[in-house]
Ligand binder design. Structure first.
Ligand code: HEM
Length: 199
């Protein structure tokens, strides 16, 4: 038979689970004060992954991956190329981030036109995502994964690569100002290459 637990005044003692004589850990109010507010850069990304009670949304302190699988492939960006610097660049309408020599309207881009924008020999690098074509050249020095990684999508469709690596990144939020046009099949680009002119 167990000895009776030490007597404590009923007022001072929190309710105990039956059979337990350990004091409950102090209760934290809410996790919010422990977390810093989201950075301006974070607002350019998509919504934070949703968590559950064990892994609250936004908590990145735990991972189910082995340490070797977790190593980040982010690069150190040159000074002046932070996400905030990019945000400042895109917010200035004087910066033409679509590239020189394009009409103000969106253009029709055939697979061969996309392929010709490979990013070499002074030619801008274009890539497509969800059927839209973007000039990625101005974003190259700002890409947190490095220029080389981003260039893997140059001259071709990037949907698969992008979604494999960071499906949470808000593509349109970051590259919206670099939108060049939309993908069409090879024979659809007839006449003037301006979308308005067709309708
Ligand atoms: C060919 C396409 C792309 C490839 C192969 C690629 C590759 C990568 C890699 C390897 C990283 C580092 C991930 C890590 O280990 O933390 C990264 C990070 C990142 N990339 Fe890309 N990327 C591509 C396209 C893009 C595009 C088009 C954007 C913008 C619209 C973008 C925005 C970002 C951002 C914001 C991060 C940081 C992610 C974070 O902090 O969680 N990437 N990328």
């Amino acid at each position: 038979m167990r000895p009776p637990p030490p007597r404590l005044s009923a007022q001072r003692r929190p309710p105990q689970p039956s059979g337990g004589n350990l004091l409950a850990p102090p209760k934290l109010k809410s996790p919010t004060p422990l977390r810093p507010p989201p950075s301006a850069a974070a607002t350019l990304r998509g919504p934070a992954p949703r968590g559950n009670a064990a892994t609250p949304a936004g908590s990145l302190t735990t991972s189910t991956l082995a340490p070797t699988q977790r190593s980040s492939r982010k690069v150190i960006l040159e000074p002046g190329h932070s996400p905030l610097d990019w945000a400042a660049l895109v917010s200035n309408p004087k910066n033409n981030l679509r590239g020189a020599g394009l009409p103000p309207n969106l253009i029709r881009v055939t697979p061969s036109l996309l392929k010709s924008h490979h990013g070499r020999k002074g030619v801008d690098a274009w890539t497509s995502y969800n059927g839209k074509v973007y000039n990625i050249t101005p974003y190259l020095p700002f890409h947190p994964g490095g220029k080389g990684e981003l260039m893997r999508g140059a001259g071709k469709e990037s949907d698969k690569l992008f979604l494999e690596i960071h499906p949470w990144v808000n593509w349109e939020g970051i590259l919206g100002e670099c939108l060049v046009g939309i993908m069409v099949s090879e024979h659809e680009a007839v006449g003037a290459n301006e979308l308005d002119a067709m309708d």
